[in-house]
Write a protein that binds this ligand. Sequence first.
Ligand code: SF4
Length: 171
Amino acid sequence: MFGVALVMVNNMPTKKETLLIKPHHFLDIIKLFGSGLDSFVPNLEYGHDFWKVGNEILENPNVQLELTLDNDAVCIPCKFSNGLICTGTTSADSKEIAKDVWNKLIDQRLLEILGLENGANFSALELCKRAKEKVNRESIFAVWKEKPVEITEKRANFLFLGIDKYLEKYK
Ligand code: SF4
């Protein structure tokens, strides 16, 4: 499906024994944790595995993650995934663009801020610590600069709450 060997661990699609994840999906999970969600439920509209991956990360700080710019473990069952890329659309600067282009843009920016390369491996806890060290309010606004300020403001607030909550939970 990804052009690499895939196996299932606890019904979770992985590359080897590692969970493939886009950087922004990881931060979205931590952000929603910061907003007060302690567990996720399936999204019936998209059918993706955000809930499964999110619950695994929230429950298991040692789960091994491999960062990817391509479709990840969240995307596999999504109705917008054709395997390697996302076929959905989104808006940036009030214009419609391919979601795959947008995702790769923000994930490339996030990798630069985190000081990491595509394919980097970390446990969920290590990656959260890295985010605590490297990501600040200015960098969140730089990554999501094409999105409305009020949405990015909420994103930043909940993300920093989530990072601290996760690190406190697993210190
Ligand atoms: S395929 Fe696209 S819409 Fe579906 S989970 Fe992946 S990035 Fe999101």
